[in-house]
Design a protein around this ligand. Sequence first.
Ligand code: SF4
Length: 235
Amino acid sequence: MPAFPTPSPMWIAELFYSVQGEGLLAGVPSLFIRTSGCNLRCTWCDTPYTSWNAAGKHLTLDAVMDYTLAHSRGHVVLTGGEPLLAPELPELSRRLRAAAQHITIETAGTVWAEGVDCDLMSLSPKLRHATPVGTEWEARHEELRRRPDVVRRLMHAAGEYQFKFVVRDEADLAEVDEWVRDTGAGRGRVLLMPEGTTVEAMNERGAWLGEVCKRTGYRFAPRLHIYLYGNRRGT
Ligand code: SF4
């Protein structure tokens, strides 16, 4: 019997090779597998084609693997949308592991996926400011976005973890502290990114956020891909 006998379709928004823009591995050329579909609806979602207007193609795991191994130089990022919602993700992660890929999973940390394997669990819980107030998604998003029990499990399901928080203003910092308290995360593993999808917005907010990081000990994290490519798909 073959090791991976059941090629099943995955809902894929895009596959692309780029430079990791965020987090501890910022700057590392990486192959991105972006699934479509999300259980949240952030106001500022920068991939609305995976959430508010989810779309994509259904590809077999074999097709995803073929593309990945043809283009990857060793680092693969499983992202979304919410990749942990994809039923095929555990098998995909195991196949990538078997192919000696370094795997990062980028998740909002609201769902657990049994059997998922990765090197770096990149957790990005959504803060209150992301709630789409006044929309039909408000109550659902608010109910789902904060799951410390799930986040704690995910933190220990991988070799390493990091937290990435999109920060808008001072009000967000108390929430970040709350997450650190609830999870026991080390400060050096907590990265704060200025909210914004333009270089101008990030520079402006980043100047303030840099001072916050000096004061609190959290790490400052630019969103490198915005500087390199702008807020565009496939980057
Ligand atoms: S969790 Fe991510 S993909 Fe989902 S709505 Fe929020 S920003 Fe968009």
